[in-house]
Design a protein around this ligand. Structure first.
Ligand code: ATP
Ligand code: MG
Length: 200
């Protein structure tokens, strides 16, 4: 057999195998849990990309941001254009964050998580994004078992994306998907400041 023929045979076998896998793959009948972690850029922006996909299909999306303060971001301004489909909650709205106050941070994280649990259990959302929740977990502002219980109590229709560095192993064990962004190069390391429309 020529190398061309060998190649064709190989490709045919691969294709058949792939087709079989696709045919056998099942629908879980339940929303998935996705974790975006790692130290490279792309965790939140990838989640916002998935939101755009969901909105394209007419789905409903809830976003809870576990970050301090009330940053104006491109994504927030963009998704505000879809008030019928998007509910957005940022932790710490109404608080002042000028002081370093751990008890207040914990209270804010817990309040944001309570809101997230309502969204996940309500059956009103196809997708809930818990942006930077891994940071709240890393600082022990939230308990990992409480978070996993909240995920388990989600409505069947609801998928959840959790973002942030240093995802806890327990969360990764429970999740259906874990992607780790790896930093190869980042402009900040070259002294370039965060860019509107690229970073926020
Ligand atoms: P993005 O929102 O751009 O997808 P991210 O969610 O992966 O980033 P975070 O840890 O949430 O990353 O950081 C948020 C901000 O920090 C963004 O402005 C992002 O560009 C920047 N950033 C992300 N990764 C790095 C890095 N490795 N070094 C410096 N800055 C970073
Ligand atoms: Mg992020």
């Amino acid at each position: 057999m020529s190398t061309d023929e060998t190649h064709t045979e190989k490709m045919k076998a691969l294709q058949a195998e792939q087709k079989k896998k696709t045919a056998e793959a099942r629908d879980p009948g339940r929303g998935l849990v996705l974790v975006h972690t790692g130290n490279g850029k792309g965790k939140s922006s990838s989640a916002f990309g998935v939101i755009a996909r969901a909105l394209g299909w007419g789905k409903r999306v809830g976003i809870v941001q576990f970050i301090k303060g009330k940053w104006i971001t491109g994504e927030r301004q963009f998704f505000a254009k879809f008030p019928e489909q998007v509910t957005w909650h940022t932790m710490g709205e109404g608080f002042t964050w000028d002081t370093q106050d751990k008890a207040r941070d914990i209270a804010a994280a817990e309040a944001a998580f309570a809101r997230a649990c309502e969204m996940m259990a309500s059956g009103d959302y196809d997708l809930v994004v818990l942006d930077e929740i891994n940071i709240a977990l890393r600082y022990d502002y939230l308990d990992i078992h409480a978070v996993i219980d909240g995920l388990k109590a989600r409505d069947d229709r609801t998928s959840v994306i959790l973002t942030g560095r240093d995802a806890k192993p327990e969360l990764c064990d429970y999740a259906d998907l874990v992607s780790e962004m790896q930093e190869v190069k980042h402009p900040f390391k070259a002294g370039i400041k965060a860019q509107r429309g690229i970073d926020f």
